[in-house]
Design a protein around this ligand. Structure first.
Ligand code: SF4
Length: 328
């Protein structure tokens, strides 16, 4: 039997998951479960790097994120699902890696300056924020991950992780494999206003939204901007509603909407209503499971505790090797 390749990836607990998160990361993770040795964690310490002034929601968001994960299809029988802050070994490895990571490597990180510019309302001139790629490296290599599934925007961080692992191995002897970047497909769906779907833009459809909320949000979606009047022909290739149809509606409906839109046979109101019902049906089993876990939080706690125990055993073993290598 060939051993499965180990992968590690995490998500910051920043609130309820939306369709962009589902199609951008979570669905990929779910699909990888049968073929990989999967470690998935909720990065609550990472949430602190930017939200250290208001940490009050992180615990609640962590539990809700695990609920969303379980409801969407991550399976604790197939993957190790855990919470970063429960594995103190990450912090010790972060400290040791911070000794060997040159500051210019962190300053040249492309997302560092971008984030500082984007989050002007927060003071991010902290050691923790500059150093979060080092914590990320510790999160990954402590499990001797061979691959990290990430979106293209995170690829430079994985490159930095590889450089840090290489530097450690060079200084102290080989302990860590250099993990490969496994690029995940970028979600094509946009928010209801055609910008990137994001909680902070108030344009997101959440996995936990009720049918009424979904119908209302869909009714407000921006369609083909050139289609002003009902009699104007539309172009499905530039319409976000059509992208949703392609994901959630049956193929015969998708095949029908395309020519009907181009010939103005169908109006946007009717088109959205049809799509909304398929989206409601798609999310219905996920929403039911979210409700179930919200009423059985003891089971969610158990998943987090057992997953964290499994992760800790692996992390502790690596850290023993690390201490030997560093001779400390
Ligand atoms: Fe988009 Fe449908 Fe309107 Fe065409 S008819 S522009 S696909 S919402």
């Amino acid at each position: 039997m060939t051993e499965k390749k180990r992968i590690v990836s995490g998500m910051r607990p920043t609130g309820a998951l939306h369709l962009g998160n589902l199609h951008g990361a979570l669905q990929n993770w779910i699909n990888m479960q049968p073929d990989y040795d999967c470690f998935f964690f909720i990065a609550d310490w990472h949430a602190l790097t930017s939200d250290y002034e208001n940490p009050g929601n992180i615990k609640k968001y962590t539990r809700n994120m695990m609920i969303d994960w379980l409801a969407a299809g991550l399976d604790p029988e197939k993957s190790v699902l855990f919470v970063q802050s429960r594995i103190r070994e990450h912090a010790e490895l972060f400290l040791l890696l911070s000794m060997i990571t040159p500051v210019p490597w962190l300053e040249r990180n492309p997302t560092y300056k971008e984030q500082i510019d984007a989050l002007q309302n927060k003071d991010l001139s902290t050691f923790g924020f500059l150093g979060y790629p080092v914590l990320q490296a510790a999160d990954i290599i402590i499990y001797k991950a061979e691959g990290v599934p990430v979106g293209i925007d995170q690829a430079p961080h994985i490159e930095l992780t590889r450089e840090i692992a290489r530097r450690f191995n060079h200084l102290y002897g080989r302990v860590f494999p250099e993990p490969d970047t496994i690029l995940t497909e970028i979600s094509k769906i946009l928010g209801t206003d055609r910008r990137k779907m994001s909680k902070s833009y108030s344009n997101a459809i959440f996995l936990s939204d009720s049918p009424e909320q979904i119908r209302k949000k869909v009714s407000q979606m921006i369609t083909d901007p050139q289609r002003i009047k009902r009699t104007d022909p539309g172009d499905p290739s530039v319409c976000n509603v059509f992208t949703f149809h392609q994901l959630y509606s049956p193929t015969d409906l998708v095949a029908q909407v395309d020519p009907d839109c181009r010939s103005a046979k169908i109006g946007c109101v009717e088109c959205k209503k049809k799509m909304a019902e398929h989206l409601v049906a798609y999310l219905s089993p996920i929403r039911d499971k979210i409700e179930y876990y919200k009423n059985h939080t003891d089971q969610v706690e158990q998943v987090m505790a057992e997953g964290s125990d499994k992760a800790r055993q692996v992390a502790a073993k690596t850290l023993a090797e690390v201490r030997d290598a560093v001779r400390i």
